[in-house]
Write a protein that binds this ligand. Structure first.
Ligand code: NAD
Length: 488
């Protein structure tokens, strides 16, 4: 049996103690055992990273990024292997795994711009003969705590920037999908970075809390569900760390009657059912405005029913399983609750059977119509292939519903009207906005801008935000003795 290891101080380390089985969600076969590290094992990683920090920050930025150029190269060579591993442990289709890896590599590329991105500011002669300037210095040891749904991408919203700016890093992947990072660390090992610059700790909540409490860790980047994000933010901050914590979502998409219905239907179906709905930018609720109410529900139900559900490595499959049997049970329970709360079932994906995969965690696309907006399910992140449809008369009503939710990860509008698009962009309370786009995922050179209960902190992942998060500013006021005011 493949037992995963931690990677600490430049070496693979076997971990004694409790372990958890990692399953293929399409078959429930056990793929590996992942160790659940304790506070002692987290301390080894944090201390190794702290010891490496002073050396690493002195490596010039132009040299630090050479490791990233090489990492990009190695990731491209290992691309197909990594994508296969993501599909095996997470269930998404191979095409979706490849898509996520492209986004991971894109972040490595952007972080290669650090020599420019972390430049400071300089003001000459703030008084006669006195100059003032700002420099950016790394914060120290940075920890990354990742969720299960993008095992290859999410750590890369942080890792390349933290390294390039001169920090050392401890990564804790999801215990449900830890295999991809094991492979990524095999690539990082090939880079021959100074020992301790990158460290991998496997585990669950015990390891997370040890990270939050360890005094050597200065910064924590988290992505996961909202209750855990809130916990990370408050406990990390109470321990004096800088924290960015990206949480869950419940994303509304608004369809106006003038939208291009064929395009909109296709895009909405991809948004709701891609990655089996286990995406923090998945469409959760479609608010259909005016006349679109007549045609859109049937059109989206037809598009959803065309998804080919199965094992993500099989040819022709367009939607994989959800992550665990417990997750499947929870999602089906929420569908039932939605029906009990008054929704109609437009498409029923429960009791999904996939030939050849009797033990997989499959749910087919499900659509609930007219779920009362105030019901619990309408406010709950389902995180599965379930779309709810609401019908309203006007754009103002739709925006009120968008803004009435607790989350603010993404909101999208489908229309041909520039005025409607502007009003929506201006008024919608969400940090990532799509106009005729169903998954408004920011490129690596933009921040991943969740709002409200989707984000706790100030600076988001990716882009300049990441550069600022991983650096602290130092302002220097400087005078050299000489009579600078003499007349020339
Ligand atoms: P999760 O919150 O269960 O787990 C995330 C991480 O937190 C894991 O590493 C896990 O080990 C750790 N963790 C879990 N419970 C903990 C606890 N009680 N105490 C301390 N640590 C704990 O999330 P998940 O199920 O792996 O991922 C899905 C969630 O992530 C969804 O809510 C989704 O919306 C969210 N997500 C958000 C974004 C974003 O950018 N906002 C991106 C991807 C996923």
């Amino acid at each position: 049996m493949n037992v995963l290891q931690n990677y600490i101080n430049g070496r693979w380390v076997e971990v004694e103690g409790e372990r958890l089985a990692v399953h293929n969600p399409a078959t429930n076969e056990v793929l590996a055992q992942v160790p659940l590290s304790d506070a002692g094992q987290v301390a080894q990683a944090a201390n190794a990273a702290a010891a490496a920090f002073e050396g690493w920050r002195r490596v010039p930025a132009v040299e630090r990024i050479q490791y990233l150029f090489e990492l990009k190269n190695l990731m491209e060579i290992a691309f197909d292997d990594l994508a296969r591993t993501i599909t095996l442990e997470n269930g998404k289709t191979l095409a979706e795994s490849r898509g996520e890896l492209h986004r991971a590599i894109e972040n490595v590329e952007v972080a290669c711009g650090i020599p420019t991105l972390m430049q400071g500011d300089f003001s000459e002669d703030i008084a006669v003969g006195i100059d003032e300037y700002l420099i950016r210095q790394p914060v120290g040891v940075a920890a990354v705590i990742a969720p299960f749904n993008f095992p290859g991408m999410i750590s890369f919203w942080f890792l390349p920037y933290a390294l390039a700016t001169g920090n050392t890093v401890v990564i804790k992947p999801s215990e449900r999908c830890p295999l991809t990072m094991q492979q990524v660390f095999a690539l990082l090992d090939e880079l021959n970075l100074p020992p301790g610059v990158v460290n991998l700790v496997n585990g669950g909540p015990v390891a997370v809390n040890a990270i939050l409490d360890h005094p050597a860790i200065a910064a924590v980047s988290f992505v996961g569900s909202t209750p855990v994000a809130r916990h990370i933010y408050s406990r990390g901050a109470a321990n004096g760390k800088r924290v960015q914590a990206q949480g869950g979502a419940k994303n509304p998409l608004v369809v106006m009657p003038d939208a291009d219905m064929a395009m909109t239907t296709r895009i909405v179906a991809d948004s709701a059912f891609g990655n089996a709905g286990q995406r923090c930018l998945a469409a959760s609720t479609v608010i259909v405005v005016g006349e679109a109410r007549q045609t859109f529900p049937q059109a989206i139900a037809e598009a959803a029913a065309q998804r080919v559900v199965g094992f993500g490595l099989d040819e022709g499959v367009t939607m994989g399983p959800v992550i665990t049997p417990q997750s499947k049970e929870r999602i089906q329970g929420l569908i039932e609750k939605g029906l009990a709360d008054g929704a109609q079932l437009l498409l029923d994906g429960r009791r999904a059977e996939v030939p050849g995969y009797p033990r997989g965690n499959f749910i087919k696309p499900t659509i609930l119509l007219d779920l009362p907006p105030e019901s619990e399910v309408a406010r709950t992140e389902i995180f599965g292939p379930v779309l709810t449809l609401l019908r309203v008369e006007t754009l103002d009503e739709a925006i009120a519903l968008v803004n009435g939710g607790d989350y603010g990860n993404m909101a999208c509008l489908f229309t041909e009207s520039g005025a409607a698009a502007r009003q929506f962009r201006y008024e919608a309370q969400a940090g990532n906005i799509g106009v005729n786009i169903g998954v408004a995922a920011p490129m690596a050179f933009f921040p991943f801008s969740g709002w409200k209960d989707s984000f706790f902190g100030t600076l988001h992942g990716q882009s300049r935000h990441a550069v600022e998060f991983y650096t602290q500013t130092k302002v220097v006021v400087e005078r050299w003795h000489r009579d600078w005011s003499r007349q020339f």
